[in-house]
Design a binder for this molecule. Structure first.
Ligand code: FAD
Length: 392
């Protein structure tokens, strides 16, 4: 009886029954709500925002946070949910991880009690959507250089600037916007602001003509004299440490999530290779095909063991940023290689939207870039190994 790639190592044996149940619930949600529709969303360059409420009712939004209506699961369960969501599409996983790991986490970790009460229960239920504005047109890998700034005017704050590539931006109810408050000390005076998106001076035009992550909303955020009350600032953090700690949460989700895209490519390819006949035999029966399948399965399983190890470290409060960099660097890099190799096995069929493979491969180009590019993660690991900062 042929085995599926993750069954080969009996990886399920490393998971608790709660963790397996959560993965199965999310897989079922993806099978029902994402798989039948995602090719159409992708082609239209859109996503069904009803998914937000549905993900909320399943407890997936901010699921690893505690209190305020959040599910309070362990980190491994959150990772498995990301994996199952990304097996559907990286855009769907992005929607959920920007909501939970970036926006809700920022409020949960650095917000005042009033801010938490106002936003977190609604966001956990999927009644309010958030986005996280850090990147700017000229500052991606180096957010310390950001030009968006906030100045005091009496008790108020007035924000000006432009953010770029912001997931969920045009559909969000609230934006966490990071801005300089002290122009003489770049990076040091960065503060986070909660900006309700109906505030005058705020607009969020969509980025058009994307060839990757099309089933996801990506926007520019324009802040033109956006006036906010004194209590709009996140009180508990100052400096880049704030946004970077949120990024670590989201990067952790990608360590698992990227494997979902790879698993879906591999499952699709295995099924295809068994039925496709070339030179009068099934494609699966050729040694060259099997060598590719074996190598991809090996990388998928190594990636999963790495993700699980990092998840267990996170649940034990032992996870360091450079370990997350190892996981993100490896798992996204291997996932994209798997997607491209699977594409070769499907031949011409591999380039159509009828199969998910080219969509996953294209999505993974974004995943390779956001939450720290591969080069940035190499530099993080390099610094941990050598003690030398090669960023600047
Ligand atoms: P750059 O920083 O200009 O990098 C260009 C190249 O230079 C890369 O290869 C990079 O690795 C390399 N490089 C950079 N620094 C060094 C160095 N020191 N040494 C050697 N090479 C280097 N941002 C948000 O804030 N919120 C979001 O919700 C969000 N969603 C996104 C969704 C999508 C679909 C995409 C594509 C991006 C999103 N981003 C978001 C932005 C993303 O985080 C940035 O694109 C990323 O940080 C890289 O920045 P950049 O594109 O400006 O590239």
């Amino acid at each position: 009886m042929p085995k599926s790639p993750l069954e080969l190592l009996k990886i399920d044996h490393l998971l608790s029954s709660d963790e397996r149940d959560i993965a199965a619930t999310v897989r079922d949600f993806v099978d029902r709500r994402v798989r039948p529709n995602v090719a159409d969303w992708y082609e239209r360059g859109d996503i069904d925002l009803e998914l937000v409420k549905e993900a909320g009712s399943l407890g997936l939004l901010g699921m690893h946070l505690t209190g305020y209506g959040c599910a309070g699961t362990n980190a491994v369960s959150y990772g498995l949910a990301c994996l199952e969501l990304e097996a559907g599409d990286s855009g769907v996983r992005s929607l959920v991880s920007v909501q939970g790991s970036l926006t809700m986490f920022a409020i949960w970790k650095f917000g005042s009690e009033e801010q938490k009460q106002r936003w977190l229960p609604a966001m956990a239920a999927g009644e309010a959507l958030g986005c996280f504005g850090l990147t700017e047109p000229d500052f991606g890998s180096n957010p310390a250089g950001m030009r968006t700034h906030a100045v005091r005017d009496g008790d108020d704050w007035v924000l000006n600037g432009t953010k770029m590539w912001i997931t969920n931006g045009s559909a969000a109810d609230v934006a966490v916007v990071w801005a300089q408050t002290d122009k003489d000390q770049p990076g040091k005076g960065i503060r986070g602001f909660l900006v309700p998106t109906d505030t005058p001076g705020f607009s969020a035009p969509k980025v058009k003509h994307k060839l990757s992550l099309r089933a996801s909303i990506t926007s520019e955020l324009i802040l033109d004299n956006v006036r906010l009350p004194a209590d709009a600032v996140l009180p508990e953090v100052r400096g880049l440490r704030g946004p970077l700690s949120c990024l670590n949460e989201a990067r952790f989700g990608i360590v698992f999530g990227s494997l979902g895209a790879a698993r879906d490519c591999l499952d699709t390819t295995l099924a295809y290779a068994r039925t496709r006949e070339v030179f009068d035999r099934s494609l699966a029966s050729y040694q060259l095909t099997q060598a590719k399948l074996a190598d991809m399965t090996l990388e998928l399983q190594k990636g999963f063991l790495l993700a699980l190890h990092l998840g267990r470290l996170k649940d034990d409060h032992q996870l360091d940023p450079e370990q997350i960099s190892l996981g993100k660097l490896n798992n996204v890099r291997e996932a994209i290689k798997i997607a491209r190799t699977c594409r070769t096995i499907l031949g011409a069929n591999g380039i159509t939207g009828e199969y998910p493979i080219m969509r996953h491969a294209n999505n993974l180009e974004s995943v390779l870039t956001y939450e720290g590019t591969s080069e940035v993660h190499q530099l993080v690991i390099g610094q941990a190994l050598t003690g030398e900062n090669a960023f600047t």
